[in-house]
Design a binder for this molecule. Structure first.
Ligand code: GLN
Length: 483
């Protein structure tokens, strides 16, 4: 009731929750209540968890904030949803996001932008903007988001909440609508590190439906946060504190680090020299994967389909026009027109094109075109293959650094939340938001955003810890120290 009344009060403005059914929530709550009474409720009993609209829940819409999936309902539960349900979580509803998780501001959405609860003129970040805003506005205890290049951590930073991106493969992607399959990770956004740890423990673990999920045993993450040790080595990469970072954020994080040092942590200056190529490599590899993943939306099997009658009529009219010209033409011209008639797209091809033209938004189209380009013959080696090599170098930087340190610290984003509308005309400016988060996805390591302070502009900002693959315990331990 608490969460429902908060949603009633402010969601019209904040626009974080895009689909929910209050009667069903009450029914869920009553059934969980019974289980609590019988002592059969699980580890998440009573936790209300909102779900980013990119994760499938049986018999519920999963639109990915796209017109192409506007009426799509999932026929099955994602593995993470199954696991949440089994542990007694209350699934609160579907949360706003950037279309197909492409964006850093939650402005690319058929539902309209989600807004930052700290200041509704500002973006909540993206692409899990609805998830971060819903947690910050207290519409739910926690939320699931997905992080391909920073989409959990950056909005968590802008909204002042905890956001955890697990190691690639730690959590099953089965039922997560694919953006860039070698990057995508599901993880929690929450108000505390302990909540994030508890949810991660439930989500993590091998899944038969995802052959990239890891079969490593799932540690007791709650234990890892219960009694944190400050006796750790924290790598401080110079490259992450340079030009482009807001001065107050830099100073604020430096101050936090001093406190940690006083408590017994050792600060180790380190270098991650290839991070400067991160954005370029990411936007080549992620768009390449996206262009392939998004080929499935053809308007035939599911999703938006353009009006077939209209398509056939257009085709008919075009053919008639060519035939009329042919009757008047002679010689070469006639040959040319006859060729045109022969090679004109069939109704089916036109239907694909029109469905996709109508169904995808501008940013998604941009990514499909970029991705198709970098994969095309003649450009593949120059872009895709080269970006793969850069990815390897970035991974090596981290592997070397983690030989010496337990975790690495950095800002999560270069600034606090920006004005809605201010970066929509400049995709490169938008992409630069991901500068500190993207490397973790390229390397497959884990990362977490923690609220680190309030800027003089009144908005929250975060700091990020990163830890090596499958070192979530170290990550959570460090996180608890600054909480
Ligand atoms: N902002 C990045 C992008 O637009 C990251 C998105 C994500 O992590 N899903 O691709």
């Amino acid at each position: 009731h608490h969460y429902i009344s908060n949603i009633d009060e402010t969601n019209n403005d904040i626009n974080a929750v895009v689909n929910y059914d209050r009667d069903e929530i009450i029914r869920q709550a009553e059934s969980i209540q019974k289980k609590i009474e019988d002592d059969s409720a699980g580890r998440l009993a009573g936790m209300a968890i909102g779900i980013k609209d990119v994760i499938c829940e049986k018999n519920k819409k999963a639109t990915c904030a796209s017109a192409i999936l506007e009426d799509f309902e999932s026929t099955y539960d994602a593995t993470v949803i199954e696991r949440l349900k089994k542990e007694g979580a209350l699934l609160l509803g579907r949360l706003n996001m950037d279309e197909f998780a492409m964006g850093s501001s939650n402005e690319n959405s058929i539902y309209g932008p989600a807004k930052n609860p700290h200041d509704p003129d500002k973006v909540p970040g993206g692409s899990s903007g609805g998830s971060a805003a819903a947690v910050a506005a207290e519409y739910c205890t926690a939320a699931l988001g997905s992080d391909t290049g920073g989409s959990i951590r950056q909005p968590a930073s802008y909204c002042g909440v905890v956001g955890l991106k697990p190691t690639y493969g730690r959590v099953s992607r089965h039922g997560l609508v694919a953006f860039a399959s070698s990057f995508d990770c599901i993880g929690p956004l929450a108000n505390s590190v302990a909540d994030a740890a508890t949810i991660l423990e439930v989500l993590a673990g091998y899944d038969d439906h995802d052959n990239t999920s890891s079969s490593r045993a799932v540690p007791d993450y709650r234990e890892a946060v219960s009694d944190p040790t400050s006796n750790i080595k924290i790598g401080v990469p110079e490259e992450y504190f340079g030009k482009g970072l807001d001065k107050e954020i830099r100073d604020g994080i430096q101050e936090q680090l001093k406190d940690l040092e006083n408590e017994g942590a050792e600060l180790v200056p380190i270098h991650l020299p290839h991070m400067k190529y991160g954005i370029a490599a990411y936007y080549i590899l992620a768009t390449a994967e996206a262009s392939s993943n998004l080929a499935r939306y053809d308007g035939i099997r599911y999703g938006h389909r353009a009006d077939i009658d209209e398509v056939e009529q257009e085709l008919h009219q075009e053919k008639m026009a060519i035939q009329e010209q042919m009757e008047l033409a002679t010689g070469d011209k006639k040959m040319e027109l006859s060729k045109e008639l022969e090679t004109t797209d069939s109704a089916l091809v036109r239907l694909y094109k029109k469905s996709r033209t109508e169904g995808f938004g501008q940013e998604v189209k941009r990514r499909i075109m970029l991705g198709t380009y970098v994969l095309s013959a003649g450009y593949y080696d120059a872009y895709y293959a080269k970006a793969q090599k850069v990815r390897r170098l970035i991974k090596q930087d981290f592997t070397q650094a983690f030989d010496d340190v337990d975790v690495i610290v950095s800002p999560t984003a270069p600034t606090t939340a920006f004005d809605i509308g201010s970066k929509m005309d400049d995709p490169v400016q938008m992409y630069l938001n991901d500068v500190y988060t993207i490397s973790a996805n390229l390397a497959g390591i884990c990362g977490i955003n923690l609220p680190a302070g309030k800027h003089s502009n009144g908005l929250p900002y975060g700091l990020q810890f990163m830890a090596d693959t499958f070192e979530e315990e170290k990550l959570l331990n460090a996180a608890r120290l600054v909480e």
